[in-house]
Design a protein around this ligand. Structure first.
Ligand SMILES: *[C@@H]1O[C@H](CO)[C@@H](O)[C@H](O)[C@H]1NC(C)=O
Ligand SMILES: *[C@@H]1O[C@H](CO)[C@@H](O)[C@H](O)[C@H]1NC(C)=O
Ligand SMILES: *[C@@H]1O[C@H](CO)[C@@H](O)[C@H](O)[C@H]1NC(C)=O
Ligand SMILES: *[C@@H]1O[C@H](CO)[C@@H](O)[C@H](O)[C@H]1NC(C)=O
Length: 373
C-alpha cells in the first residue's frame, strides 16, 4: 500500500516534470515565431550609413524653428528632477490628458507615494484645420491656465510632423530641464505602471544611469515600401533596407546624457524622415548608443488584464476609456504579493503562459516572460 502510494507520487512528479519541459519547449518556439512575425520587412542590400543624413546646422535648424504658443520655462526650477515625462498629445485630446493627470501622470501621487520628483508636460502642435483652430486654441489656453502643463509650438500637429514633436521634446529638455536624470516620452493612449517603472529607474540610477535607453526594441525592421501604408517611406527618403535599432515611440526612457547627446546629434541631421522613433534611432546611431529591451514594454496592443501581469508591467498600449479602472487595480497593494511563495510563482507562471503564449495576444509581451522562476 505504502509502496503503491510512493509509486503514484513518483508518477505524478514525472508527469508534472514532462509537462513543464513540454511547455518550455512550446514557449521557446512560440517566441521564435512571434519575433519572426514582428520583423516588418526582410532585407538585403547595402546597409545603412548614418553620415548620409548629415546636413548643415542652418538647414537642420529649420526643422525645429517653431515658436512657442504655450510654454513653461520655469517648470523644472527645482534643482533635483528625477523624471521629466513628456506625453505626446494632440490639441483635441482633452479627455486623454485629463485621464493621464488623474492616473499615471499625477505629479503629486508620484512625489508622495513613490518619493521622486517628476515633471509632466504634454507636447503639442496646432490643430490641423484652420477653421476650428481658433476655438480649440482658446480651450487649450483655458486648460493650461488650470493645469500649467502644456507646451505647444506653432507647427501643424499631424502624423507627418511627429519628428518635429520629437525635436520639441529634446530641445525643451536641453533648454529648460537639462538636470533631469531620466526623460520619458510617451503617447497619450498609453498606460504606464509608474510604481514599477520608478522602482526600476531608482535601481538604475544607483548603479550607473549613463548610456541608458530602454523600451520595446525594434532591431530587425526596415522601411515599408507600399504607398498605401501609413509608414511608407520612399527610396529617395531612405535608400537602405533596414533601420538602425530603435525603441517604439509609444513609450521609452532615456538617461540625461543620452537625451542631451541625441539633441546635439539632431542639430546636424536631416529630419525629413517623419517616423519619429526611427529618426531617433538614426540620431542614436550617430552617437553610438544602442537601446536596451525590456520585456514588459508592450507592443501595439493592450496587455492582458491580470494581477500576475500587473506585477511586472511597465507600459501597455491602446488605453483611452479604461485608464482609471486599470490604474486602480494595477497599482493595488495585492498585486505585489500575487506571486509570493512557490505556489504563487507557479500560479503566475502558468497564468502568464496561458495569457501571453496565445495567438490572440500577439504583440503584447513576450511569451518567455512566463519563466520567471
Ligand atoms: C493625485 O494624487 C494625489 C495624491 O495621491 C491625490 O490626492 C489627487 O486627488 C490626485 N489627483 C487627481 C487629479 O486625481
Ligand atoms: C508640419 O508643420 C509645418 C509647420 O506648421 C507645416 O507647414 C507642414 O504642412 C506640416 N506637415 C504636415 C505633413 O502636416
Ligand atoms: C533632406 O532629405 C530630403 C529627402 O531625402 C531631401 O529632399 C532634402 O533635400 C534633404 N535636405 C537637405 C538640406 O539636404
Ligand atoms: C555612425 O556615425 C558615427 C560617427 O559619425 C560612428 O561612430 C558610428 O559607428 C556610425 N554608426 C553606424 C551604424 O554606422
Amino acid at each position: 500500500m505504502f509502496w503503491n502510494f510512493r509509486r503514484v507520487q513518483q508518477l505524478h512528479f514525472m508527469q508534472l516534470l514532462s509537462t513543464c519541459l513540454l511547455l518550455s519547449g512550446i514557449m521557446v518556439c512560440w517566441d521564435k515565431l512571434n519575433n519572426t512575425m514582428e520583423v516588418s520587412y526582410l532585407y538585403f542590400g547595402p546597409s545603412f550609413r548614418n553620415d548620409s543624413f548629415v546636413i548643415s546646422r542652418e538647414e537642420a535648424y529649420k526643422f525645429s524653428n517653431h515658436g512657442y504658443l504655450i510654454n513653461h520655462e520655469d517648470k523644472c526650477k527645482s534643482d533635483d528632477v528625477f523624471l521629466l515625462l513628456f506625453v505626446k498629445s494632440t490639441p483635441q485630446n482633452f479627455q486623454r490628458r485629463r485621464g493621464i493627470r488623474s492616473t499615471w501622470g499625477n505629479e503629486s501621487y508620484i512625489e508622495s507615494e513613490l518619493g521622486v520628483s517628476v515633471k509632466v508636460l504634454f507636447a503639442l502642435g496646432v490643430h490641423p484645420h484652420s477653421d476650428t483652430r481658433t476655438l480649440v486654441q482658446q480651450q487649450l489656453y483655458r486648460e493650461d491656465r488650470k493645469y500649467h502643463d502644456l507646451i505647444q509650438q506653432s507647427f501643424v500637429d499631424s502624423f507627418y510632423n511627429l519628428t518635429v514633436k520629437l525635436l520639441l521634446q529634446f530641445n525643451w529638455m536641453h533648454a529648460h530641464c537639462s538636470q533631469a536624470r531620466f526623460v520619458i516620452s510617451s503617447d497619450d493612449d498609453m498606460f504606464i505602471h509608474m510604481p514599477n517603472l520608478v522602482r526600476y529607474l531608482k535601481q538604475v540610477s544607483q548603479a550607473d544611469a549613463q548610456h541608458f535607453w530602454l523600451g520595446r526594441v525594434f532591431s530587425n525592421s526596415g522601411p515599408v515600401r507600399w504607398k498605401s501604408n501609413k509608414y511608407y517611406v520612399s527610396q529617395e527618403l531612405y535608400p537602405w533596407s533596414s533601420y538602425p535599432p530603435y525603441t517604439g515611440g509609444a513609450a521609452y526612457v532615456v538617461s540625461r546624457d543620452v537625451a542631451l547627446r541625441i539633441r546635439e546629434a539632431s542639430l546636424t541631421l536631416n529630419a525629413t524622415l517623419h517616423i519619429d522613433d526611427v529618426f531617433m534611432g538614426i540620431c542614436a546611431s550617430v552617437i553610438g548608443v544602442a537601446p536596451k529591451a525590456h520585456n514588459f514594454f508592450s507592443g501595439e496592443r493592450k496587455s492582458p488584464y491580470h494581477p500576475c501581469i500587473y506585477k511586472h508591467m511597465m507600459t501597455s498600449h491602446g488605453h483611452e476609456t479604461d485608464l482609471r479602472e486599470l490604474w486602480k487595480t494595477a497599482t493595488s497593494p495585492d498585486v505585489q504579493t500575487v506571486d509570493s511563495g512557490f505556489l504563487g510563482k507557479l500560479y503566475c507562471s502558468v497564468t502568464k503562459l496561458r495569457l501571453l503564449c496565445n495567438p490572440f495576444n500577439l504583440n503584447t509581451y513576450s511569451c518567455k516572460t512566463s519563466t520567471i522562476f
